[in-house]
Write a protein of this length. Sequence first.
Length: 204
Amino acid sequence: AIRKAVSQALEAVGVESEGLRYSLRGTLAACMNDTMSSQRILVIDIGGCCTDMAILEDDALVSTQTVPWGGMVLVEAIAKAQRLTMDQALSASLQGWSSPTPAVQRLVEQQLSVLNMPVQTLLKDAPLPSVVMVTGRTALMDGLVEWVERTTEIPAVLGRSSRAKHLGDLNRQLALTPAIGLLELAVKPSGPTQGMAGVSSGGE
């Protein structure tokens, strides 16, 4: 439905597009020169309201999974349990496992367990990915990349483009990475359609 709506909106304003690309592919394209090569990769994009996962191989989506859980679900749980404002709970959630409050650490572990089964479902088919790329603003939670490594038993990295690293602020780097990758895909030579825009249809 989202893909159809985007296509119709583009047509309505007279914008021609080559096709729709998922933002997970954009993230991978933006980070490829940094840590990736032609590998089988698991991408986990943890947004505010949902988590998108995909296995990609040779720039092709092998399988995908969307989980209706995101960082704001954790923030709300912390705010309710600790009687904090949403801003206070957001700061507490980003402390992750380094939080000085044991109850917050337990909530982090409990909430993230929702992702265990979907991740294992993606990994059940061999071969296993050689690396996990973790992105999305919730990826800034202290200890999250390490948690992904423990859960999957696969090396994990933070997915961000080298083109955004000069910005300093990690939050901005992660937010811009999918857009940078989608633009790189859009200008990549592709025969007679070279120069047409590739439009994101997923992710934040």
